[in-house]
Design a protein around this ligand. Structure first.
Ligand code: 26Y
Length: 799
């Protein structure tokens, strides 16, 4: 939008006055934030309304991205950038003598997700708006988000995230769009006038689903989509409810499950999933009916995307609506459902594949269960010629279980994994039966990231340098950053690049000082591992390298570059082993940071409360990106992309999207090591891996691992023992010791390169130049083409 500095200033001052009866000079930071955000909302309102009108008017297809998690991050800077008024507003704030950065920092960072899957969902919403497709989010408005993490004596403590305390400026409550979601009770199928059975419900628990809409502004294209979050409330009318009943209802959208891989709190979780799906689909169907006579157009105008299996009940729920309310016959309803639905899988971990026991499921969702039984029955009949053992092993209903992934594949026309290796492993293992049956449904859609957020906003020094060096095309066309490649050989440019990095390191160092009181050396290599804490992600492997560096320094054998190791990671509250790793890292950090013999060369900072906004601070300052999961376990990873896109070099196993990064930058610009997923599989099949052998035979490994139990690291008597046992006694499920030697060697090679600034700079440039392909604009363009069958208004091409 067009806006001059003085126009903005006038509007802003008026906004402060109107909202708070306060002069702009005396307004608090909170008020400054609120006034600016409210103005931005106003600026986007007409585009928002026009986008919605155009959709209806032109009968355009809408994508609904159903996800139990969203991690949008702070939205003010993004919205200003996407409206095209960021620099104008910054200039105005400067003129007024106000601190723009601090105002941005007043915004809450909604933690409505655990990690990768939630952040991906939000990045897709940004991308859909930015490439100009009608794509809406459908999620839950959790009253409390993911816990805030603090450390007490090195242990993780979880604090509630009361993110709505001061209201959420971007949302609008749409009570007139509320729908009722029913749980429990009895369903009877009664004959009706049209000769078909009519589902009659009795004694159901009725929950009011109230939508809150949040605008999702596209990048400088006037396109504004909607993220809709549902809140559960007791219905205003009907039977009076007891306090306990009301609480049970509100509990549905009370809190996010702070768990991203293991099963937990089953019943409430199931209620959340159905609530999300039913509310979303009821509102879609209702909207469609307003503008259409019949359902012949439904699959051409609606696509529903299921983000992992948590919303997979969308399949039977859409069937329910089409059968019971629209009154279509089964075959027509099923044909529509399959055309509408598509499903992304995000995990290969067996324990994260969702199943529901029928004992729990059937009484809570009787009609949905009936429909799943029918789906299962018809699936089995459709394949009565096929191998019965195969069919039985992949049918939606298993032994007393609803198998959500299988239901999702059968009810969707498209299924995808999130990186090439992940998709291949899905086809070969987790979903191999399904791949045999319906191979045409499978495709790979490698994840992407919002480069605008990670580069344009979170790495301003780099962004400025890019503008000066190659012009600003890269801001709109991600692949245009390839033009940077020739500068890999220009020492002057490399110098500026290093200066930009140093600036980012200084900002991060100031933050670290402020928050944890540690002064980190800004002339050190910043070696970063940021992601959820999980055994398979192997933060332990990183810790063992740090112990090795410590022991080397203590033995008086210095030599490598100065190091600052930076961790950020939350562990699921019930994940005991992950919490032990946190304690072990913190204890090691404590030891190292306080030892004057080593702390000039080596430091460790574990920053509490990893979140989108903390990631924004860390990533721009990183030199090394640790992506060291056991091969075959990390579906994709996305911090790997964020880090390479902002000038870090990747130290990685051949896992997830690390492989695509490797393909993009080449062997010379990335450091890979360790077992391949095939080798891991082979060891698992042959039972020929012995961690104890490695420990006993390799003196270096022996020395490193012994530090966990011999008192080297004070304060981990229990944790050190447990971790040691997991490696030696229980044979190291994640092959940490198997990869340790290769990891240390790879690290040493990286050290040598780091000590040669030009060699390092070359690698950084190669990474930056190749980063464009990881833009989620391109990823989403792939979904649009292969899965949703819509054409973006703004053309973006991956190839
Ligand atoms: C069933 C339930 C407990 C559950 C809840 C959350 C299961 C899984 C999850 C979340 C999974 C997740 O975040 N997966 C990550 O998705 C990213 C985006 O595709 C990937 O980059 C990352 O490798 C994967 O671990």
């Amino acid at each position: 939008m067009a806006l001059t500095v003085s126009e903005f200033e006038r509007a802003y001052k008026e906004e402060v006055l109107q909202l708070f009866a306060e002069s702009w000079q005396t307004a608090s930071l909170d008020q400054q934030f609120a006034a600016l955000a409210s103005l931005v909302k106003r600026y986007s309102a007409s585009d928002w309304s026009q986008t919605k009108q155009a959709v209806d008017h032109n009968n355009e297809k809408q994508i609904y991205y159903f996800s139990i998690e969203f991690l949008p991050g702070r939205m003010l800077a993004t919205n200003l950038l996407n409206l095209g008024i960021l620099t104008t507003v910054e200039r105005a704030f400067k003129e007024m003598g106000l601190n723009f950065k601090r105002v941005l920092g007043m915004e809450v960072d909604p933690g409505l997700g655990n990690g990768g899957l939630g952040r991906l969902a939000s990045s897709f919403l940004d991308a859909m708006a930015s490439i100009g497709i009608n794509g809406n989010g459908n999620g839950l408005r959790y009253q409390t988000g993911l816990f805030k993490q603090d450390f007490l004596n090195g242990y993780q403590v979880e604090l509630p995230d009361d993110w709505l305390r001061n209201g959420y400026v971007w949302e609008t409550r749409k009570i007139e769009r509320a729908v009722v979601v029913r749980f429990g009770g009895e369903v009877n199928l009664l004959p009706s006038a049209d000769g078909r059975l009519l589902a009659q419900y009795r004694h159901t628990e009725n929950v009011l689903a109230v939508p809150y809409d949040i605008p999702q502004i596209g990048y400088r294209n006037g396109h504004v989509n909607t993220m809709r979050l549902w809140q559960a409330e007791p219905p205003a009318m009907g039977q009076p409810l007891t306090v306990a009943q009301r609480e049970e209802i509100s509990a549905i959208s009370q809190s996010l499950y702070p768990d991203d891989s293991t099963e937990a709190g089953r019943r409430l979780r199931l209620r959340q999933e159905y609530f999300l799906v039913s509310a979303g689909l009821q509102s879609i169907v209702r909207h469609y009916r307003k503008t259409h006579q019949d359902f012949t157009q439904f699959a051409q105008t609606v696509a529903v995307h299921i983000n992992d299996t948590h919303p997979a009940m969308a399949i039977p729920e859409l069937m329910r609506l089409l059968l019971d309310e629209v009154r279509l016959d089964w075959d027509s309803a099923w044909a529509i459902t399959v055309q509408v639905m598509s499903y992304t899988n995000h995990t290969l971990l067996q324990e994260a594949l969702e199943t529901w026991s029928i004992d729990l499921f059937a009484p809570l969702l009787p009609r949905i269960y009936q429909i799943i039984q029918e789906i299962d029955h018809r699936f089995r009949s459709a394949y009565h010629d096929a191998d019965p053992a195969l069919i039985d092993s992949i049918a939606p209903l298993g032994h007393n279980m609803v198998r959500m992934a299988y239901l999702a594949v059968w009810g969707s026309h498209a299924v995808n994994g999130v990186a090439a290796l992940h998709t291949r492993l899905l086809e070969e293992s987790v979903l191999s039966g399904w791949y045999q049956l319906v191979p045409e449904r499978f495709s790979n859609q490698t994840n992407g990231i919002t480069l605008r957020r990670w580069v344009q906003l979170a790495n301003r020094p780099l962004a400025k340098l890019l503008d000066k060096t190659i012009g600003s095309d890269w801001r709109r066309s991600p692949l245009a950053i390839e033009a940077l490649q020739p500068f890999a050989d220009q020492p002057k440019f490399l110098h500026k690049l290093a200066a930009a990095k140093l600036k980012n390191k200084r900002s991060l160092a100031a933050y670290v000082k402020r928050t944890v009181g540690l002064s980190i050396a800004t002339d050190a290599m910043f070696d970063v591992q940021i992601k959820r804490l999980h055994a398979y992600k192997r933060q332990l492997l990183h810790l063992l390298r740090i112990i090795d560096q410590y022991q080397t320094l203590k033995a008086g054998l210095a030599g490598g570059p100065k190091y600052v190791h930076i961790f950020a990671a939350k562990a699921a509250p019930g994940y005991y082993y992950a919490k032990e790793i946190i304690k072990a890292i913190n204890a090691t950090a404590d030891l190292i940071n306080h030892d004057p013999e080593v702390n000039q060369q080596l430091q460790v900072a574990f920053l509490p409360n990893y979140s989108v906004s903390l990631a924004e601070r860390i990533i721009a300052a990183a030199d090394v990106s640790e992506q060291i999961s056991l091969a075959g376990k990390e579906a994709s990873g996305t911090s790997n992309m964020k880090l390479m896109a902002t000038g870090a070099v990747t130290l990685a196993t051949m896992d997830g999207a690390n492989i695509e990064i490797y393909d993009a930058v080449g062997a010379a610009n990335m450091m890979t090591f360790g077992l391949s997923s095939e080798q891991v599989l082979q060891h698992q099949r042959n039972f020929d891996y012995s961690a104890r052998d490695l420990f006993e035979r390799d003196p270096r490994i022996h020395r490193i691992v012994s530090a966990l139990i011999d008192g080297t690291i004070p304060g981990i008597e229990v944790e050190g023992q447990d971790i040691y046992q997991s490696l030696i006694q229980y044979n190291d499920e994640y092959f940490v010791l198997a990869d340790l030697k290769a990891y240390l060697d790879a690290g040493a090679r990286l050290d040598e390169l780091y000590l040669r600034p030009e060699a390092w700079g070359k690698m950084v440039v190669a990474n930056l130049a190749a980063s464009g392909r990881f833009s989620s604009d391109l990823t989403v363009a792939g979904y649009a083409r292969d899965i949703w069958h819509v054409t973006p208004e703004n053309q973006v091409n991956r190839h």
